[in-house]
Design a protein around this ligand. Structure first.
Ligand code: FES
Length: 577
């Protein structure tokens, strides 16, 4: 088995974020992803103009076959209709225009894109369907080159920024996002630059070579102008309608009987019905934590309802799920999900100052803690206390540091994260960014390399040790809470991620029972199955773990080198519940 083993494994997507949005949010996300896929392929097609117009035409044939087929048309135009309708619906339901800058940017871009897109759509697919125009790249580039370069470039830029901001705020709470952020940022910059370079250069070449042959007849131009006028008129009417609704809500708020919301410190604000509690807080300048922007994903807006709970409708399944994930009491609700219709007395549970500080670290899901399925490994030196009592303390520190250095290298080399040192013991987490299947294989690989490293340490220190060091390793996998734990202001809080929960306790227990079995490694069967290893050939046993009703099924390894053939054989993985 050649090092490094992890290179043999393909990494599946993973990561859990509390709550994924209600049905409308999911629809908006799905439709947005369809539109972004269309835009990305379209822009990459533009970029091929860097090489030749012929290449652009070839790729376009394939692209048009996809999007102009009946299913492609339904999916694309359906997504556009859904995305725009839901954006209008959400904006019209707002009770306040106070919002983070990125939300405001998304709304402005969301309305600006169709304004510019309408003309482009009617002059490409519209004329193709209406007049049978063969809207090839040569045709379109010839037309765009004659005065439409600025607006077309602006449209490309608006679409891409809107898409990328949406993707960023969708994924930013995923634990693996910070790691991939530099690559995604590079993608976000390279694609539009490539597209602009491609289409402008190709259009310029056609013009220089006198091959800019595309034009519209008078009838076609008039039709495009008329359709564009209608389209934009409808869009402006919708925007005005939304604006009128917002003004009406504002006027209503002045004249209708308001709801009184009492915050800590007897701060009373009055608001109209219809808005969420979070919007009421924002509208009235009451600090209220909200990391996900009111999408029921982060739970940071959770609020204790001190009075008036009976006037609120019960939480829907989605809100219940988010509250359950943070173990909230029954008198706690998400401020972004409740719309008070009567007086309330409330106490936001997370300080807004802390939330803002965290919002600056938008990509750091671990600051708030996430529940995630991971593999946990514990390792400990057998009888180290007895050994250390017989040696000079300098000697002990030297031996221990040499040992820990090699063990950490083995853990990190296999893809693990060293959580903490507990005396001569180490706790490590696997699969934080790669998912449970890879994490379990990595943990087993780490055990193999730790055993190899220990042999080398024993050889190096043979003259200083009365007897070779021996270790016991326990590995278990399951859901754990991962978060940055520490006192606010401590230097360590920004760096240390730790895992908490039942899975950690069970892994620690497996490490300690290695002594009872006279084994080097005890692994739960969940790890073995998730890693895709055939368990039937292995020595199985059961271990009782405090707090668990049923004993834990485990596999006992007296010789860790027995892992080598098992890991070389990449079997089918089994999901961890
Ligand atoms: S759940 Fe994130 S703001 Fe309400």
């Amino acid at each position: 088995m050649d090092r490094p083993l992890p290179g043999k494994i393909s990494h599946p997507p993973t990561g859990t974020v509390p709550g994924q949005g209600d049905m409308l949010q999911r629809l908006r996300l799905a439709s947005g992803l369809v539109l972004l896929t269309f835009a990305t392929l379209h822009f990459l097609n533009h970029g091929l103009g860097v090489f030749s117009v012929g290449l652009m035409e070839d790729f376009q044939q394939w692209r048009l076959a996809l999007w102009r087929s009946l299913p492609g048309t339904v999916v694309l135009y359906g997504a556009a209709l859904i995305h725009v309708s839901l954006a209008v619906y959400k904006t019209a339901r707002r009770r306040t225009l106070k919002m983070p800058a990125w939300e405001a940017l998304q709304i402005v871009l969301g309305f600006a894109i169709p304004y510019y897109l309408i003309e482009h759509a009617f002059s490409t697919r519209g004329t193709h369907e209406m007049f049978g125009v063969d809207d090839t790249y040569t045709h379109e580039l010839s037309i765009l080159w004659r005065g439409l370069v600025p607006t077309q470039s602006l449209l490309l830029f608006l679409v891409w920024v809107h898409g990328m901001v949406g993707i960023h705020y969708w994924l930013r709470l995923r634990p693996w996002y910070p790691r991939l952020f530099p690559y995604l940022l590079a993608f976000a910059v390279v694609v539009p630059a490539f597209a602009m370079w491609g289409w402008i250069d190709a259009a310029r070449r056609l013009w220089l070579l006198g091959q800019d042959e595309g034009f519209f007849t008078g009838e076609q131009s008039d039709w495009i102008d008329l359709m564009t006028w209608y389209g934009r008129a409808i869009l402006i009417a919708i925007i005005c309608g939304v604006g009128v609704l917002l003004v009406v809500h504002r006027v209503e708020r002045r004249f209708r009987a308001p709801v009184a919301v009492t915050y800590p410190g007897d701060v009373v604000v009055r608001a109209n019905t219809g808005g969420t509690l979070l919007e009421i807080s924002r509208l009235n300048g009451v600090p209220h934590a909200s990391v996900c922007g009111g999408r029921a994903r982060c739970s940071t807006c959770r609020t204790k309802i001190l009075s008036g709970m009976d006037t609120l409708p019960p939480p829907d399944a989605h809100e219940r799920e988010v509250l359950a994930k943070v173990g909230a009491d029954t008198d706690v609700r998400l401020a972004c999900q409740i719309r008070p219709t009567d007086d309330l007395t409330v106490r936001p549970l997370l300080p807004a100052r802390e939330a803002r500080r965290s919002a600056a670290r938008v990509a750091d899901a671990y600051h708030w803690g996430v529940e995630q399925v991971v593999a946990i490994l514990f390792v400990d030196i057998r009888s180290f206390t007895t050994m250390s009592e017989r040696r000079l303390s300098y000697d002990v520190v030297y031996v221990l540091n040499r040992y820990l250095e090699r063990m950490c290298a083995a853990i990190e080399g296999a893809g693990g994260y060293v959580d903490k040192f507990i005396g001569d013991g180490i706790m490590a987490i696997f699969g934080m960014a790669t998912g449970p299947r890879i994490g379990c294989r990595e943990a087993l690989e780490a055990a193999f390399w730790m055993d190899q490293a220990l042999r080398e340490v024993n050889k190096e220190l043979a003259d200083s040790l009365d007897e070779p060091l021996a270790i016991g390793i326990g590995i278990h996998a399951g859901p754990a809470i991962l978060g940055r734990i520490g006192a606010a202001g401590s230097a360590h809080i920004a760096t240390n991620i730790t895992a908490l929960g039942d899975t950690v306790n069970a892994a620690s227990r497996l490490e300690s029972v290695t002594k009872d079995f006279g084994a080097k490694l005890v692994v739960s069967d969940a790890v073995i199955k998730a890693a895709g290893i055939d368990i039937s050939r292995l020595e199985q046993n059961e271990v009782t773990v405090k707090g668990r009703e049923k004993p834990l099924k485990v596999v006992v390894f007296r010789d860790i080198t027995a892992l080598q053939p098992l890991l070389d054989d990449d079997g089918g993985a089994h999901p961890i519940n």
